[in-house]
Ligand binder design. Structure first.
Ligand code: 5RP
Length: 230
């Protein structure tokens, strides 16, 4: 309980700290989840003080929060190239590989992050690990859930169809797909696994991101900024 409270405070600290990267005129990708929600709220208050930005939301959650906070939104069709994308993570390792998709939003999050010149992640310190071992969320066509699960098992993983909390049956993403969580235990070579997952038919997007530039990690209220190792 104490840990959960400390993590909640650290989520806020990291989420708010990254807002210092945002400058007038930028087009910014707005991520999904409870940590980056603090970024969106902070950006909303900066907009109230005169900051002029456009936001590209990664989910219905990010969209409605950004609207509530007074951030003007745009689309990738209007702005295919972003200055910066900011998002949360489920896990980040010391090699800067990232697992995302705990909120089932990683397909859009990845499109937005890879459309940006810079990608920053905000997280509490519990997410920063020497080596990834979090299950990898896979967005899959409902029609393909069976073959994707079988292929995951052939790769040595354990596949679980994610179930909804306030609805009977599986989680349905913002894109109308299912989520399969693929547990591989410790992931020794995230790039290799990413390539293998990308080759599975019917798998829309996996949650391994390889384009992180800057990490904001908060521990006991202190935020450490780590740049991608050269
Ligand atoms: C959503 C995500 C989230 O960014 C990730 O799950 C972290 O969430 P939180 O900041 O609530 O811990 O990838 O798909």
């Amino acid at each position: 309980m104490k840990d959960a409270l400390a993590n909640a405070e650290d989520k806020r600290a990291a989420g708010e700290a990254v807002a210092a990267l945002v400058e007038d005129g930028m087009v910014v990708g707005l991520g999904t989840g409870s940590t980056v929600a603090w970024t969106i709220r902070r950006l909303g208050s900066m907009v109230g003080d005169g900051l002029e930005i456009l936001g590209v939301p990664t989910s219905y959650q990010a969209e409605s929060l950004a609207i509530e906070c007074g951030i003007t939104l745009t689309t990738l069709s209007q702005h295919p190239s972003l200055d910066l994308a900011i998002d949360g993570a489920d896990q980040v390792d010391e090699g800067f590989f990232v697992i995302k998709g705990g909120g089932a939003a990683h397909a859009r999050e990845k499109v937005v992050a890879y459309s940006a010149r810079r990608f920053a992640i905000v997280a509490d310190a519990s997410k920063y690990v020497p080596r990834l071992d979090h299950p990898v969320p896979l967005e899959v066509l409902p029609f393909a859930a069976g073959i994707v699960s079988r292929k995951v098992e052939e790769l040595g993983g354990r596949a679980t169809l994610r179930q909804a909390k306030m609805k009977d049956g599986p989680v349905i993403t913002d894109n109308g797909n299912f989520i399969v969580d693929a547990d591989f235990g410790e992931i020794l070579d995230p790039s290799l696994l990413a390539n293998r997952l990308s080759a599975i038919p019917g798998l829309v997007e996996h949650g391994i991101f390889e384009n992180l530039d800057r990490l904001y990690i908060a521990r006991s209220g202190e935020v450490e900024v780590i740049d991608r190792p050269k």
